[in-house]
Design a protein around this ligand. Sequence first.
Ligand SMILES: [Zn+2]
Length: 392
Amino acid sequence: MPITLTGKLMPTPEQHQTLLETIKTINAASNWLSPILREKRTVNKIALQKVVYQELKERFSLPAQYAVRVIARVCNAYKALPKKSRFDKVVEFSELAAIDLDQRLLAFKGIDRVSLATIKGRIVMPIVFGRYFATKIGFRRGHAKLIYRKDLNSFFIAVAADLPEEALIEPKGWLGVDVGITNIATDSLGNFYGGQELIEKREHMKGLRRQLQRKKAQKRRLGKSDRSVRRALKRLSKRLRNYTRTVMHTIAKRIVLDAKALALGIALEEIKGIRARTTVKVRRDERYQHSLWAYRLLQQCIAYKARLNGVPVVFVDARYSSQTCPHCGFRHRKNRLSQSEFCCRQCGYLTHADLVAALNLALRAQAVVSPPQMLGGFNPYTGKPSASAGGC
Ligand SMILES: [Zn+2]
């Protein structure tokens, strides 16, 4: 399973300068080559190499391997465009754009040091990976990128890696996972993963943002530069995004490990279902958009971690999953008494409303994978008793 491992480089001030010059030179060389490629109307690396290699190398004093990479990079940039309009415009590379590296340009010396070819020869410097990434370094493949983050004035290496997946377990049953706003997730075992903290954090940040926006307006009125305020705003939204990401990863991890420990597959609501719900009331307010983004993120996290852990995942139709009785299959809008209470009008089954959806997702997954007889005799899609109904 593909993953990108990102580590921070720790160059000396002198090396820092060399890295910066290398990035700028490679981008300048790419911009020199790009119009030539367009003029020749070709994306054939070998043919191009014969024509431009020498000049490219000399003009920018590039090491041979970088010249090869620049040619490949520009060819790939054009190749990525639709064939019909491929040569309509000259592809441009920004001055500080990330550059491609291969195994000849970048070599790992253990897990905490790299040797990198630059326009001024090889340099060796420490690299720092986060705890999780550090354990995965052994799975790296050849391709990597050198990235400069201007806002942090730092360099990073992003390495492609391929993580081995565990063999899929044969599930003994299904763990339904419902995603929502008040509870970020509820599973059919009755675990609730609260969303209150996330909501509060968001509200708090909204307050901060309002203050900043006032400040920005004020600065504009006075004709002063609002750059610092704009930056602060950007930082704020990034902080919220990162926080949400961490929360979702933590929840996903717990759900997947629970499922694995119990040898259960995971049943998730089809994304389509989420969309269907939103079309009922078109809500464009930002809180809702954020939740929608968070839902998808959580689902992706779960699906991803499940795959790594060999836990099967199915996506099931979630229509009426909060109105259908998981006990007898009776569906009615009024089965739901309130935001938190569910009471079946047919059999009297009483439980927490959020749990109902998760239970139904688990049942529906069972129905998809196994014959409906296993469901206690009702069809979870129609809510009607199936032919083999034993009654409940
Ligand atoms: Zn019922």
